[in-house]
Structure formats: C-alpha cells, structure tokens
Design a protein around this ligand. Structure first.
Ligand code: NAD
Ligand code: TYD
Length: 354
C-alpha cells in the first residue's frame, strides 16, 4: 500500500511486541504519522517506547478498544488510513482465570476497530489497510509432527486462543462481507527485550536473578517455536507494505524447543553471566502442576512469507537468547518497576496453588 504522509494507528504499542513495531515504524518511516493507542493495562508500559516519545511523527493516545464510542471519535478525528492491530490480552494463564477479559478486548475490541474503520471510510478503501496481528495458537496443538500452515484448520484450545481465533474470523468476515482491505499474520512465540515477566523467558530470567524456584509446568515436555521479537516486527513491516490484501502470513523461526531444554539453556547462560558455578541455576527447576489444557506443541511453517515477501529471521536463537538475557540484566530497573505493585499478587495467585 501507498503510505507516504499517511496516518497509521498502531494498537497495543506500549506492550511487548507493539513497542518494537512502533519503534521500527517511527524511526524507519519519518513520513508516516504514527498513533500509538494503548489502554496501559498491567502489560502496557510507556517506558518500553520512551526513546521515540519525542519524535515529531509519534503520538500517544490512551484509550480502551472496548469503548466503541471513544474509538469511533478517534477514527473521525485522526482519519487513520491504516491500522496495525496488536492490542490484546495475551497471557494464556490469565485467560484460564479470567476468560471474559479476553472476550472483551480481543473479540469486542477488534470488532469495534473494524466498525470504526468501516464507518470512517464507507467503502472508499483505496490505499487503506486493516492489519490484524494474531498468533499460531489459533491452530491448536500439534501431536503427530507436522507444521502449522496458513491453510491449517483453526482448532483453538485455550480461552486466549479461542478469543484470538474469533477475532481472526471477524477480520476475514469483514473483508468478505464489507470488502474491507485486510491482511493477517499468525506468529509463533516471541522473546526478547520488554516482555512482561509473566511469560516463560523473562519470568525465569527474573527468578534466577532472585534465586527463586523455576516453575516448570508438567514435565517440561511441551514444545514452542521461538522467534526474536525484532524479527517479528520486521515481518510485520514486510506484511504491511508487501502483503497481498485478504491474505494471511504465518511467521516463525523454525526454532523449536522443548521447555525443559530451553530452561536449561537459560540457566547455563545465566550462570555464566552472573559468575555462578556451572549447574547452580538448574537447581532452581521445580516441576509444578501442569497448565489446564496445555497445548503440547506449536510449530510454524513460514515458507510463504519467506518466499513471497522475502522475509527471513535475522538472528540465530543462541545469539538472540544471549542478547535477551543481557537486556534484562542491564535493565533491572525496568524489571523491578514492572514487578512491583500488582505483580506480587498475580504471582502468588498463579503459583501458590501449583
Ligand atoms: P502484551 O500483553 O505485551 O501487550 C498488549 C498491549 O495491549 C499492552 O500494552 C496493553 O496495555 C494493550 N491493551 C490490552 N487491552 C487493551 C484494550 N482494551 N485497549 C487498548 N489497549 C489494550 O502483548 P504482546 O505479547 O506484545 O502481543 C501483542 C499482539 O501480538 C497480541 O495481539 C498477541 O495476540 C499477538 N502475538 C503475541 C505473541 C507472543 O509471543 N507474545 C505471538 C504471536 C502473536
Ligand atoms: P508462555 O510464555 O506463557 O507462552 P504460551 O503459553 O503462549 O506458549 O509459556 C511458554 C511455555 O512455557 C508453555 O508451554 C507454558 C510453559 N510455562 C512453564 O512451564 N512455566 C511457567 O511459569 C510459564 C509462564 C510457562
């Protein structure tokens, strides 16, 4: 799409992936007017994008995508030509305790954005785009080998993935019914700087630092396919600019790890970085009650985006994980700030009973 001088709404830009997308777009495309819309939930943190806050093409809007009236007004005021939609409730464990938050933000919030886009442009969609960022978890769980393809039938297994699957269906339905120009991408597990420490990698890095137990769910045999967050942001840039309207692109690093093996790599690297004796951090591994309905394996086939859009991951996992650990160790203030307050309560509730 043609975007020079255009007004682009990025939702969820104070969160983990959104902050990397906002940074990439603000710095790489000075001609775009970027609007970062975020409710600043527990997962949203303006410190994640403090470095671009003063750029002339950057604007921040504190708003809730569940509030349809507010969202419609913002679309009328700023006349967003394109939307890159990342705002979501994103943690599977929270979706098990509070599914309705996921229905509201992920489903109702997404439909509110689609309606606002439709109401604003009323069929005059030349040069406009609604880009919905989704997850590989919509495809369910792999048990007998193979990979998730763009054509794999949806089979969500958690309230989180069900809410994301629902939002994906709405986006495609609006494309089919109202001809809204859309594009979607479904990505595997991300890791890297600025991830809220409820997710496996930053949680375990923080616990190792504090010599706290590392709660491995079940036997640690579940498999995830990990991609460095900046490579996801680069893929989003490619899909936004080169993706074909109406299409979906799977994004992944062909980088599968069994949880326990991944945790051992983190422990070993942390021992080296913290100058602890080899094997010290592994002693913190504690097996706890498994997550309810825990998906066994996710694995993305990203051949389509690689072939059609020329995207490739830039980092090998060993390099990415070392960079990630370095970032958390040299940004301890960030970690201390996000783990103060409500985080302690969350942690107690989530792990006390396991
Ligand atoms: P995150 O939880 O770190 O950030 C989500 C952001 O959305 C936060 O800044 C939060 O304040 C904001 N938000 C939440 N509810 C909102 C609402 N009602 N209105 C406005 N803003 C709201 O999430 P993330 O890990 O950065 O994920 C971003 C997107 O990418 C999500 O759509 C997620 O489903 C998708 N995704 C994530 C991963 C992953 O590994 N983290 C992988 C694939 C896809
Ligand atoms: P997570 O980072 O929550 O991502 P997702 O569930 O979306 O894949 O979890 C990654 C894997 O790590 C998943 O198999 C669950 C497991 N896990 C643990 O073993 N212990 C933990 O404390 C957490 C948060 C996750």
């Amino acid at each position: 799409m043609m975007t020079t001088g255009k007004s682009i709404l990025i939702t969820g830009g104070a969160g983990f992936i959104g902050s990397h997308v906002v940074r990439l777009f603000v710095n790489k495309y000075p001609d775009y007017e970027i609007f970062n819309l975020d409710k600043l939930t527990y997962a949203g943190n303006l410190a994640n994008i403090a470095d671009v806050a003063n750029k002339p093409n950057y604007n921040f809007i504190k708003a809730d995508i569940v509030d349809a009236a507010q969202i419609n007004t913002l679309f009328e005021t700023h006349r967003f030509d394109a939307v890159i939609h990342l705002a979501a409730e994103s943690h599977v464990d929270r979706s098990i305790t509070n599914p309705m938050d996921f229905v509201m933000t992920n489903v109702v919030g997404t439909v509110n954005l689609l309606n606002a886009f439709k109401n604003l442009w009323k069929g005059a969609y030349e040069g406009k785009l609604f880009y919905h960022v989704s997850t590989d978890e919509v495809y369910g769980s792999l048990h007998d080998g193979g990979f998730f393809l763009e054509t794999t039938p949806y089979d969500p297994q958690s309230p989180y993935s069900a809410s994301k699957a629902s939002s994906d269906h709405f986006v495609r339905a609006y494309h089919n019914t109202y001809k809204i120009p859309v594009v979607l991408s479904n990505c595997s597990n991300n890791y890297g700087p600025n991830q809220f420490p409820e997710k496996l990698i930053p949680l375990f890095i923080n616990n190792i630092r504090h010599n706290k137990p590392l709660p491995v769910y079940g036997k640690g045999e579940n498999v995830r396919d990990w991609l460095y967050v900046i490579d996801h942001a680069r893929a989003i840039d490619d899909v936004f600019h080169k993706g074909k309207t109406g299409e979906t692109y799977n994004i992944g690093g062909f980088n599968e790890w069994k949880n326990l093996d991944l945790v051992k790599v983190i422990c070993k690297t942390m021992d080296e970085k913290l100058g602890r004796p080899a094997g010290e951090s592994e002693k913190l591994i504690t097996y706890v009650t498994d997550r309810a309905g825990h998906d066994l394996r996710y694995a993305i086939d990203s051949t389509k985006i690689m072939k059609e859009l020329g995207w490739q991951p830039s980092l090998q996992f060993e390099e990415g994980i070392a960079k990630t650990i370095d970032w958390y160790l040299s940004n301890q203030q960030w970690m201390d700030e996000v783990t103060s307050g409500d985080y302690q309560k969350y942690y107690e509730n989530m792990y006390a009973k396991r």
